[in-house]
Design a protein. Structure first.
Length: 315
């Protein structure tokens, strides 16, 4: 049985979809590890919060890394800013960049807010932008950015016409974008190590990218996990969980991930529209495979989830 699993899940006691569900809920919603332990117990699964704590730093960076290959390219007007957070009792700086449409470009954690950190972050953002070089980089007025951009221009990484534009009010878009990450960091009550912070924040950013519809499989504006999904839309069914469950071969991808698409109701109790949602995940069964694990059958049985209908379309 373990030989048929993707390599990243081999040796794990719980099944792949259980791990993905726990990791996804932790990264997406303001839940603690003990909250997830309680929610899994309500669904008939005994998962210790320490087990989930081990899963998140293990799979969050893998999800972020594999989603990078499937992101849409940003435009050429960038917004760069940094925010602060506490790691092991020390204030550190989280550098982030988005384009003028709000699409995430990259992020990195730095112990200092200086020229070296600005240069390293610009190099990281350029390497992860899919070959797109900005024509303008909007900053909040920090003097290190102007020198970092000038040095990147001298090295040829940035075009000669690219200029640094200090304009705090134009950076409001990234200031607002910080809120999703900071909200999750506050819910996690900080980090003990820098490595754990980098790994977990990478997962936060990956879920934020899915939420904003930056993945090529998702239509622009669709937020992962919200709204009805037709079971015959296989590209959408694979979109959210394909990068983590799939092996390198397309055959393994089709065999393992067309089983189900977990379109969960928000654990916080709503979807923002005022409608009450059931506190259990809803399952869309793809036509290529009708087999679901026994644990998932217990989790989503009609007795537990009255809203799980047998019709061909599940809203």
């Amino acid at each position: 049985m373990s030989q048929n699993r993707p390599a990243v899940f081999r040796g794990r006691h719980f099944e792949d979809l259980i791990i993905i569900l726990c990791v996804r809920w932790y990264l997406r919603y303001s839940l603690s590890y003990r909250d997830l332990e309680e929610r899994m117990a309500e669904r008939g699964l005994s998962v210790d919060h320490v087990t989930i704590w081990r899963w998140v730093p293990r799979y969050a960076p893998i999800l972020n890394q594999r989603l990078r290959r499937e992101r849409r390219h940003p435009n050429r007007s960038w917004r760069v800013d940094e925010t602060y957070l506490r790691v092991a009792g020390t204030w550190t700086y989280l550098y982030r960049a988005v384009d003028c449409a709000g699409d995430t470009i990259d992020c990195t954690l730095s112990p200092q807010r200086d020229l070296t950190a600005a240069k390293l972050f610009l190099g990281l953002a350029l390497s992860g932008s899919g070959g797109v070089r900005p024509r303008v980089v909007n900053v909040d007025g920090h003097p290190a950015y102007a020198r970092a951009i000038a040095e990147r221009q001298q090295s040829g990484e940035l075009g000669r016409r690219c200029h640094c534009r200090p304009s705090p009010y134009l950076n409001n878009i990234i200031e607002q974008d910080h809120r999703f990450i900071k909200k999750r960091i506050r819910a996690s009550r900080g980090f003990r190590t820098a490595d754990g912070a980098c790994r977990t924040i990478a997962g936060y950013e990956a879920m934020h990218v899915i939420r904003k519809g930056q993945i090529r499989w998702l239509a622009k504006g669709r937020r992962g996990g919200s709204g009805p999904i037709h079971p015959h839309s296989l590209s959408e069914c694979r979109s959210t969980w394909a990068p983590l469950c799939a092996d390198s071969t397309p055959a393994c991808f089709r065999a393992r991930l067309t089983i189900v698409e977990i379109v969960d109701a928000s654990p916080s109790g709503g979807n923002g529209s005022g409608a009450k949602l059931p506190p259990f995940p809803r399952i869309v069964i793809c036509p290529e495979s009708q087999s679901i694990s026994s644990k998932l059958r217990r989790m989503t049985s009609p007795a537990r989830t009255p809203s799980l209908a047998s019709s061909s379309y599940i809203a």
